[in-house]
Design a protein around this ligand. Structure first.
Ligand SMILES: C[S@@+](CC[C@H](N)C(=O)[O-])C[C@H]1O[C@@H](n2cnc3c(N)ncnc32)[C@H](O)[C@@H]1O
Length: 420
């Protein structure tokens, strides 16, 4: 019997009210949301996300969506078949139809890394992010509500996948002293080890980790050395490179990030390590930057963003004369970033003050809008912001994210090396 399709958003709403009416003992509501949305998104990937409690919830959901009259028919269907009946057209970035590969998205933020890999035909089978505001933006765009704190998620519960992705936060303490790693309380506290334990258990064919450039030099290089050793000892060939958005992403942002790429078996170890030989994995080639900040600015920007109400306005006006310069107010002086390239967007843009870079548009000097910050990270225009979300969250999310064209360029090379 044919089951009529239902728009994803509507399904989620019905599911939510069904869940609210139920009290699932031992299951946190947030994690239940994640389980349900993963199931709706990935049912067809044959990933049984549901434990006993979640299965029970899922049955309730089926009731909620399709009504009691049809339940016996629906229950006979597998999750795989059922997912085809969800109409994803209300999601800006719905799951791809015939995925070429699967991946997981750890420290997912607002999905900048996911975007690149999904655009190349990948299916995300698991995501984790603990910041509630970021989860909201993420689920609005991808439909999937990420699971929470990764340190509390057992590696065995994570579904199999081809590629593991993680823009893990760089914690400010050294891990070099913790070679024993997991036996050590402090070592265990470092989120790299969460990435590592998942790699070790799930043995993805490849991984891509992203971090700040300074990871390489942290603790005189020891931190990076330990990370690389762990990954190599887990049986991966590992390469890394610092890529700047302005050189590899075609976007006028000066953002240097380290990309660590590893392959299990797919690439000849020696070739990867020996720069003179032709390895199957190659870093993307540099592209000429053709855009400047001017090309990314919105028109008709709300008065709120203009700087004429601040004490520093007069001083800014004296300096700010070029539409192709990005300015920053630094307590007593104006820093200028000429050539139309924006300095690195950072998460502290969300803390207010004068942390958001400034531009001179056809009207006056003002700070960048959240949309412009997302553009500077390469997010497409159809990427949506939750309606009532405060700018502080959006700025933080943009600063915390990645430059999606750079990720996509690396992703293309990874897929090539994997013959995908
Ligand atoms: C550098 S950001 C990565 C952003 C992501 N690549 C993007 O495109 O938006 C690191 C993210 O890890 C999240 N995070 C930190 N600790 C976490 C934990 N224990 N479990 C899950 N997420 C965590 C933070 O909230 C933050 O969004």
């Amino acid at each position: 019997m044919a089951v009529s399709s239902i728009k994803y958003g509507e399904a989620v709403q019905k599911i939510s009210s069904a869940l609210l009416a139920k009290n699932f003992k031992g299951v946190e509501l947030a994690e239940l949301d994640a389980a349900v949305s993963h199931w709706l998104m990935n049912g067809r990937s044959k990933v049984p996300f549901l434990n006993q409690h979640q299965q029970k919830a899922a049955n309730e959901i089926i009731y909620a969506i399709f009504g009691e009259g049809k339940i016996s028919d629906v229950l006979r269907e597998t999750a795989e078949q059922l997912s085809f009946k969800i109409d994803f057209s209300d999601i800006p970035f719905p799951p791809v139809k015939d995925p070429k590969f699967t991946f997981i998205d750890l420290f997912a933020g607002v999905g900048g890394i996911r975007l690149g890999f999904q655009q190349l035909g990948g299916e995300c089978v698991f995501s984790s992010e603990w910041d509630e505001a970021a989860k909201k933006t993420y689920s609005l765009n991808f439909g999937e509500y990420p699971y929470g704190d990764i340190t509390k998620i057992g590696e065995k519960l994570i579904p199999d996948h081809d590629i593991l992705l993680a823009g893990f936060p760089c914690q400010a303490f050294s891990i070099a002293g913790y070679r024993k790693g997991f036996d050590d309380e402090k070592g265990r506290g470092n989120l790299f080890f969460d990435v590592y334990r998942i790699i070790k258990e799930k043995r993805p064919r490849a991984f891509m980790l992203e971090n700040v450039k300074n990871l390489e030099g942290h603790d005189k290089g020891n931190t990076f050395k330990v990370i690389t050793e762990y990954l190599q000892n887990a049986g991966y060939s590992v390469v890394s490179k610092v890529l700047n958005t302005k050189d590899y992403g075609g976007i006028p942002q000066n953002r240097e990030r380290i990309f660590i790429v590893g392959f299990r078996d797919e690439v000849n170890w020696e070739k990867v390590q020996n720069p003179t030989s032709t390895s199957r994995f190659e870093w993307p080639k540099k592209k000429t930057l053709r855009k400047t900040i001017k090309d990314l600015l919105e028109v008709d920007v709300n008065d709120y963003y203009y700087y004429n109400r601040y004490d520093c306005y007069k001083q800014l006006k004296e300096v700010a004369t070029s539409r192709d310069t990005v300015y920053q107010w630094r307590r007593v002086y104006v820093r200028e970033n000429k050539n139309g390239v924006c300095p690195t967007l950072t998460a502290n843009m969300g803390t207010g003050g004068h942390n958001v870079p400034l531009v001179l548009d056809s009207k006056d000097i003002r700070k960048l809008t959240p949309r412009e910050c997302f553009r500077l990270q390469g997010f497409p225009e159809k990427y949506e912001f939750p309606k009532k979300m405060a700018n502080s969250h959006l700025y933080k999310q943009a600063g915390n994210s990645v430059s999606t064209p750079v990720v996509k360029a690396v992703a293309e090379q990874i897929l090539k090396a994997m013959d995908l």
